[in-house]
Design a binder for this molecule. Sequence first.
Ligand SMILES: [Fe+2]
Length: 414
Amino acid sequence: MKKTMTSFTILIGLLGLGFGTGSCDPRDSIQGGFHVYLTWKSEDTSRTMTVLFIDAGRTMNTPVVRYDTEARGTEPALYRHEVKAESWDFEKTGVHVHSAELKDLTPGATYFFAAGDADVGFSAERKFRTIPNDSSPLRFVVGGDMDVNESVPQLLQHAAALEPQFALIGGDIARDNGKISNFPKWDMWLKYWGEKMLTPQGFTVPMVLAVGNHEVDGLFGTRAFAQAPFFIGLFKQNGEKTYFTRTFGADTVVHVLDTGHIFSHGGKQRDWLFGQLTKHVSTKNRFALYHIPLYPSHRDFNSMGSRKGRDQWLPLFDLFGLTAGFESHDHALKRTKMLQQGREVSAGGTVYFGDGAWGIHPRVLSAARPWYVASSSATRHFWVVDVNEGAQSRNSYRAIGMDGKVLDEYIAAP
Ligand SMILES: [Fe+2]
């Protein structure tokens, strides 16, 4: 790892902002200095958590995450557990990423943690909760197409206020276009996330991300790791592979897919998807998260990305009765009818929610709605999904707008 120290980081180091033992506010994210965020690099979200942290130009010789089931406030030495982080950096940026996977955790439990290094200091204490490994109700938020404009922190604040247990993000996130020179966009995005995605109870919300065209250097086609440095390098959810599965409790599975940005729809990814849908066929809620919509609200139905998705994946979604697809890319609010085999059905089909306007400027929709769309508008939003809600264990899907109010709602039949 490079041990560069820029004058900027020396300055913030001297100021001690958000670092060391004196701070106890986890909102002390430092642009260009230090971010702490959560994802999973294993399928099991009940017993693992991956803590990532970034420093710019600091010299952490032994980056670790210290954690416990009890709060330790400003005394990181008191945490009973410690995991060493693996580290890597981005060429020519002085930005180091550290990743530590916490394992053998208790399902449905709260953990307190701090990330850092004994010599440099530790982050302020944060806390997370593992997902219960039973049929408990679950709440998560989902959307895509964000960017770093002023709408993003506002929507994130509304999302956090709902106490979600995790967030699904369907691509075109900081819109870095695979260019190292765009790290400042991620720096700002992670600052927004770190500050705003704290729930009222103080939990940091883990995120699961799908790749979009604005994460790669070039719009479409099969791309190598070098073309998506930040999407891969800031998270390493599954090494360099952009399709994987995460399970959430006993009743929910999410298949995260790549709509042709690094891996093509067909071939190995399609074969893998078939295997995963087969493996999880008896799970009650089977969701897919991906960027380009199979059923677009704005673009032409036969645009290339949508057509490829329908050619390669739709027969599988229909065969296995996918519960819902979470789509993005078209920058609008959309909910489809329940669909199967290219027509509306009353049961057993899939509803597609989208279309990615979690901050980005929405696109104007044509007055003539496509036949498959039940509801759509050019509105910034995210979706909040409740699984196993109430006495009937139903699922509900609500779109939330800039004012925090419900824009659209769909309650699935039990
Ligand atoms: Fe996109």
